[in-house]
Each structure stands twice: as structure tokens, then as C-alpha cells.
Design a protein around this ligand. Structure first.
Ligand code: R5P
Length: 314
């Protein structure tokens, strides 16, 4: 692979070592040898064992839970690489923590997604790669290139393999319409919208479904499942409106609090998620994890050789 920078170096934090190894296998490129550990008092302890001077370095670290731990580890990895004279440093964060705090929607609150951007750049990131950020406009918090990937092709391969007859793509809230339309386009399917009204930060109340779902196979798409409230309520209302099979296709499986129990109790036939976040032992029974490793690996290749990344989604 020819590039304006030195050869590729991949380095992994502790956030998702399994995904880092999968990306490394796809690229046939070993992970750099480094100690990324903790001092006895919990502070991050890093030591790079290799010379990375001039190299095109990709740091693999989604800022998933424990978000603050993974974020600080990423910042200190960036600082390590910059001080070791890397040629270019790309932060690869398939899950972008704090993306939901992207505006000041009431007085006296932070814009946390902007603070993430400020700190990544301050610590040495030259580029960022992320996937299905909660709000695409977070890219504007950066004055460096941000490659925003979509899990859509990965999840759609799986949905298509299910051979659902006459499917309708459903967004569990109006804000997800653009994403749902992109799924519907490739499936050549209709679109429906669950009109979600939020009661508080953690509670939602659903009122209407816009679109035809009776007797139809529904594919509910969203950027993330956090507590599982939105998507399981959407599934329940679709069932009361006469939906046939219900498949969930979601980019990020945060699965916190009651999420797994809610998903197990929900009237759904399959739950498709990506491996942007590592999963614990307790998982929903109908879960299928689809790997984004080949997509991220191809993105790294394209960045390294200065080829288009957006063409991966055409
Ligand atoms: C909301 O706008 C997002 O797209 C997700 O629907 C939401 O964050 C999911 O949260 P929860 O699973 O807690 O309902």
C-alpha cells in the first residue's frame, strides 16, 4: 500500500481488544506491542515498545462504557504517539461516547461531545474515524477530517439473508427518519415512523405509528439501544398494530440497566447489532452480533492510501 505517510501501525487500547484483533486480522497487520495498564491507584500506565516515528498510526478505542476510563486511556495513547513522533495519528472510535450531549438544550449543562472533540485534538489526533454517531453534525466540532461510517451495509446483509417478505423499515422516533430512509432504500421497502414523545431523560411515552404496519414484517432501525426503553416500546406498539415478524437492527448495543431483560420480554424475532461495543455474559436471547471489523479495516486501508471512504457506502 503506498501512502504519503509511513507504514501503518495499529495500536489498541483496552476498550475492545476483541474488535482490535479482528481488525488487525483483516488487515494482516499485527497490533503494536505496548503496555496499556493501570498503576495501583488506577491511573493509566502506558509504554510503547516499538519505534513508531513517521508512521501512519491508527488507535483502536471505542469510548464505550466505562466511558470515562476508555476516553482518558485514548487521550493518553494519543499523547504517547504524538510525543513518539508518529507521522499521522487517527483515533478510530467505532462508538463515540457522550455523543448524545451534543447541544445546550437547557441552561447550565455541558456540551460533552464538544469536550470529547477538544480533548482528542489537544492530545494529538490528526483524524477521527467513527460509526453512526448519534448526531452526524458532531463532525462540525472538529477542524480535522472525520470519517463517519455507517453500520448499514453490515446489518443489511444480515437482514437480506433473512428473506423477509414485503418488509417495512420503522424508526422508533422521528429523529431517526433519515437513517430509516437509507435502510428502506436498499431494501426497496416502505417506511413507518413511531412517534415517540419523551417524558424525561429516561422515560418515553409512545402515541402513534405513521405508516402501514399491519400484517407486515417490520425492521426497526436505530443508532443505539441504551436502556432498551425506546425500541421495546416501539416493538410493543407495532405488535398491537398487527405487525408480523419484528426484527431490530441497531448499530450500537450499549445495553445498560434493564436493557437485556426488556429485550428478552419484547415481542421481537431477532436483534441484530454490531460489535462496536463488547458484550458481557448477559445478552438478549435473540441477539446476533455482526462484525464491523472488515468495514473498519477497509476504511483504514482507504485512509492510508488516500482513497475515498464515502465510496464504501455507495
Ligand atoms: C434516541 O434518540 C436514540 O436514537 C436512541 O433511540 C436512544 O438513545 C435509545 O435509548 P434507550 O434504549 O435508553 O431508550
Amino acid at each position: 500500500m503506498s501512502s504519503a505517510y509511513g507504514d501503518i501501525t495499529l495500536i489498541s487500547g483496552n476498550a475492545h481488544v476483541e474488535l482490535s484483533k479482528a481488525i488487525s486480522e483483516c488487515l494482516d497487520q499485527p497490533l503494536a506491542s505496548a503496555r496499556v495498564a493501570r498503576f495501583t491507584d488506577g491511573e493509566v500506565d502506558i509504554k510503547l515498545d516499538e519505534d513508531i516515528r513517521g508512521r501512519d498510526v491508527f488507535v483502536l478505542q471505542p469510548t464505550c462504557p466505562p466511558v470515562n476510563e476508555n476516553w482518558v486511556e485514548l487521550l493518553l495513547l494519543l499523547d504517547t504517539l504524538r510525543r513518539a513522533s508518529a507521522g499521522r495519528i487517527t483515533a478510530v472510535m467505532p462508538y463515540y461516547g457522550y455523543a448524545r450531549k451534543d447541544r445546550k438544550d437547557e441552561g447550565r449543562v455541558p456540551i460533552s461531545a464538544k469536550v470529547v472533540a477538544n480533548t482528542l485534538v489537544a492530545c494529538g489526533a490528526d483524524r477521527v474515524v467513527t460509526l453512526d454517531m448519534h448526531a452526524a453534525q458532531i463532525q462540525g466540532f472538529y477542524d480535522i477530517p472525520v470519517d463517519h461510517l455507517y453500520a448499514r451495509p453490515v446489518l443489511l446483509d444480515e437482514v437480506e439473508a433473512m428473506g423477509l417478505d414485503n418488509p417495512v423499515v420503522v424508526t422508533p422516533d422521528v429523529g431517526g427518519t433519515k437513517m430509516a430512509r437509507a435502510y428502506a432504500k436498499r431494501l426497496n421497502a416502505d417506511l413507518a415512523i413511531v412517534d415517540k414523545r419523551r417524558i424525561s431523560g429516561s422515560e418515553t411515552m409512545i402515541e402513534h405509528v405513521i405508516g402501514e404496519v399491519e400484517g407486515r414484517n417490520c425492521v426497526i432501525v436505530d443508532d443505539m439501544i441504551s436502556t432498551g426503553g425506546s425500541i421495546t416500546q416501539a416493538a410493543a406498539i407495532l405488535k398491537t398494530k398487527g405487525a408480523k415478524a419484528i426484527v431490530i437492527a441497531v448499530s450500537h448495543a450499549v445495553f445498560c440497566g434493564p436493557a437485556v431483560d426488556r429485550l428478552d420480554a419484547a415481542p421481537v424475532d431477532a436483534i441484530l447489532v454490531t460489535d462496536s461495543i463488547p458484550q458481557g455474559e448477559k445478552r438478549p436471547r435473540k441477539l446476533k452480533v455482526c462484525s464491523i471489523a472488515p468495514l473498519v479495516a477497509q476504511t483504514i486501508r482507504s485512509i492510508h492510501t488516500s482513497e475515498s471512504v464515502s465510496s464504501l457506502f455507495e
